[in-house]
Design a protein. Structure first.
Length: 294
């Protein structure tokens, strides 16, 4: 990775999008596979509360930002995150209607995020946000750089996740810039926050996948076998959803790292052109997948 190369995109808040999320979304919408669906559900179920936490973490520093470009980026970041929260809340409500106790399961997680805000310094909360944002920016690569990864998913869910991933890439450096330029967070605090974020993500994804499968009627031994059988699908070093992203994750720990050193996903322009032409995130998602690596 060349440290003198920078990749950044305009931050555009696309509001009031309609993904057609309704009761016709299949219970196991990813290839009819219970485990893979519930793992992806476990990743997205936190988004509404997580987006609110991110916005809350930036607020203490907004009045200290003097760069007008960064001020605008923060405003657009917050608008994007608010829209993400609205869309994923709608899907969480559908899961609840399908018999998944989302509200009950999320209550302690929301309390945990509120606890971070109370217990940790504003600087560490912002560093945590920058770490989590690095994860979400990698979503585009995880699910949409290769056509095979997202194949078999319900089209409306594909469109939802593609839109979210695209906008995460657009604002991938906002929290990081506020952390470095305004909060003056140093390397060791940034690295410690990312390690903390990694642990939170891995543990929470496992725990919620397990609870969702339990709600689907799978017993303890069945769930254990499913976790084991799908380990390489998630963490495999070559084709794993997240295992293949290890170099991008490890790049965050380089002392001179900046998010714009990571390239924008190669099929981003295809999503953008199709969306600007049609105004339809489903059409944009199809264009993105058509240009994905085979």
């Amino acid at each position: 990775m060349r440290s003198d190369t920078r990749y950044s995109e305009a931050i555009v808040a696309r509001e009031n999008l309609d993904f057609g999320l309704d009761e016709s979304i299949p219970k196991h919408w990813f290839r009819g596979d219970a485990y893979k669906t519930r793992y992806l559900d476990a990743l997205q179920v936190f988004f509404p509360d997580g987006e609110r936490y991110f916005i809350t973490s930036l607020r203490p520093f907004r009045d200290r930002i003097t760069d007008p470009v960064l001020q605008k980026n923060v405003r657009d970041f917050m608008r994007q995150e608010a829209q993400h929260g609205i869309a994923h809340t709608r899907y969480n409500q559908l899961m609840q209607a399908q018999g998944i106790p989302v509200t009950e399961l999320l209550a302690p997680e929301k309390a945990r995020l509120d606890g971070y805000t109370r217990r940790f310094s504003p600087q560490f909360n912002l560093a945590l946000t920058a770490g989590f944002e690095h994860f979400t920016a990698m979503l585009a690569f995880a699910f949409f750089s290769r056509a095979a990864t997202a194949s078999g998913a319900e089209k409306r869910m594909q469109a939802l996740l593609a839109w979210h991933a695209i906008e995460e890439m657009e604002h991938k450096s906002v929290a990081f810039d506020v952390m470095q330029k305004v909060a003056r967070v140093g390397y060791w605090r940034r690295a410690a926050a990312m390690l903390f974020a990694c642990r939170v993500m891995v543990v929470a994804a496992y725990r919620f996948t397990d609870r969702f499968l339990e709600a689907d009627g799978y017993g303890a031994w069945q769930r254990a076998r499913l976790h084991l059988a799908n380990f390489l699908w998630i963490y495999g070093p070559r084709r794993g959803v997240f295992g293949a992203l290890a170099p991008m994750l490890l790049a965050y720990f380089k002392p001179g790292f900046h998010p714009t050193q990571l390239p924008t996903i190669h099929n981003y322009p295809h999503w953008l052109e199709a969306y600007e032409r049609s105004g339809d995130p489903a059409v944009a998602c199809e264009a993105m997948l058509a240009a994905a690596y085979r």
